[in-house]
Write a protein that binds this ligand. Structure first.
Ligand code: AMP
Ligand code: GLY
Length: 419
């Protein structure tokens, strides 16, 4: 069958790489894709937010399956749009309503409260209820976690120590610091623990559990400094043992699926549970309605099944028959970024990739200019390796990175060293 992947980052390159291995995949398209996907698929230079153009490309290229990578088109309703116009096309990605699990923090918090799903306690604040928010900060100890309700390109969460600063930021958020995304702000209890990422693929009733991963969000070694989209990831995660996964299943995954069913919200696609281990108990930090990036770059290389078969089973009500075969080895990915990221950085730097041995180089922010591969984003490449231990897998990626060059490149060397 012909397959279209929407998006253009490392996650989408990893999807393309995995789907390309399937004998069931005839022609593979990525929109808009990047210089990496161009080597294994046909890039279509359209914006996934332009639903009409997506629809036309699906018709033109006789596409039978669409995998939606990023959250923005899902939250804007691309699945509903395509399902209505092209009911025969298999769309991997939830409806607009279901995507509210990621698209609205207030929706997600209320959903968790209604279903007894462990998460930080919270209040919701708008301009009209600003006084309640200020009182809340006065009456609680920091750190204060302030979250813009809507999508804010991963920047909408502030963690603040001091009362005065928290109040100032709350006011600024309600005044439009993150545009309409922060018209409503969620103030949360601060949870202290180690984060990890759990992914399922679900048809709303049955689900299959993907390999667990952990990403490293901060720019600096030792996980310090500004938040980024993710500087690396590992899978599996040593502290997420069978006992922890039992708790995750009973307290989080099953109540989430039954909660959706109770609200009559069908769900087709991935659910990414952003979790935190607080003294041996899992709490939900956030839901995402898609796979993670760079987690996908360590999750998919550990899955041995044909991904097209697995995704198709979502539509055939036989997901429960799928047993995922997982590579027992550890996967690690190290992200190479443009100097300056996550603040201002330059683009257009020529990239040369030498011998990377057995490592896999997934492209994130790359483009082709005058037949050369150049940087075009903050996160540029994700270099994934498999190994017997986390240390080994990371070392293999670091050796490969020694042979990849672009001006002012930066990466962390400590991915996975905390676990
Ligand atoms: P989110 O966009 O909700 O995932 O938040 C971004 C990051 O902020 C998370 O990955 C956590 O590191 C941190 N964070 C969010 N909520 C909390 C919380 N309640 N307690 C501690 N850290 C949090
Ligand atoms: N790596 C975190 C995310 O994809 O949101």
């Amino acid at each position: 069958m012909n397959i279209l992947i929407l998006g253009g980052g490392g996650r989408e390159h990893a999807f393309a790489w995995k789907m390309k291995q399937s004998p069931r995949c005839d022609h593979l398209f990525v929109a808009p894709g990047n210089a990496g996907t161009a080597t294994i698929a046909t890039n279509l230079s359209i914006d996934p937010m332009d639903f009409d153009k997506v629809y036309k490309k699906i018709k033109k290229h006789d596409i039978h399956m669409v995998v939606v990578g990023p959250e923005a088109p899902l939250v804007a309703g691309i699945s509903d749009y395509l399902n209505e116009k092209l009911p025969e096309v298999l769309v991997i990605g939830p409806s607009k309503v279901a995507s509210q699990l990621e698209g609205s923090k207030a929706f997600a918090k209320q959903f968790m409260a209604d279903n007894g799903i462990p998460t930080a306690s919270y209040i919701e604040v708008t301009k009209e209820t600003l006084d309640t928010g200020i009182d809340h900060i006065d009456n609680h100890k920091g750190p204060y976690v302030l979250k813009a309700d809507g999508l804010a390109a991963g920047k909408g969460v502030l963690i603040i120590e001091k009362k005065k600063e928290a109040k100032k930021q709350l006011r600024q958020m309600l005044d439009g610091k993150f545009g309409s995304a922060s018209q409503t702000v969620v103030i949360e209890e601060f949870l202290d623990g180690i984060e990890f990422s759990v992914f399922i693929l679900t048809d709303g009733q049955y689900y299959t559990l993907l390999p667990v991963a952990k990403d490293y969000k901060r720019i600096g070694e030792g996980d310090v400094g500004l938040n980024t989209g993710g500087m690396g990831a590992v899978s599996p995660v040593p502290f997420v043992d069978a006992e922890m996964m039992h708790k995750v299943r009973e307290r989080i995954i099953l109540p989430t699926l039954s909660g959706l069913e109770k609200r009559h919200i069908p769900y087709v696609g991935f659910i990414f549970f952003g979790l935190i281990n607080v003294g041996g108990d899992p709490y939900v930090i956030e839901y995402n309605c898609r796979m993670g990036d760079p987690e996908t770059e360590v999750v998919l290389p550990r899955i041995q099944n044909d991904l097209v078969d697995v995704l198709e089973s979502v539509f055939e009500q036989d997901l429960y028959e799928i047993r995922l075969e997982k590579d027992p080895r550890v996967a690690a990915t190290v992200v190479m970024v443009s100097g300056g990221y996550p603040e201002a950085y330059e683009k257009g730097k020529k990239i040369t990739i030498g011998d990377v041995g057995s490592s896999i180089v997934f492209h994130s922010g790359t483009a082709i200019e005058d037949d050369k591969v150049v940087t075009s984003g903050g996160r540029v490449l994700a270099v994934t390796s498999l190994g017997e231990t986390i240390g080994q897998a990371v070392s293999t990626s670091l050796e490969a990175i020694d042979n990849i060059k672009f001006k002012r490149s930066y990466h962390r060397t400590d991915i996975g060293s905390d676990v």
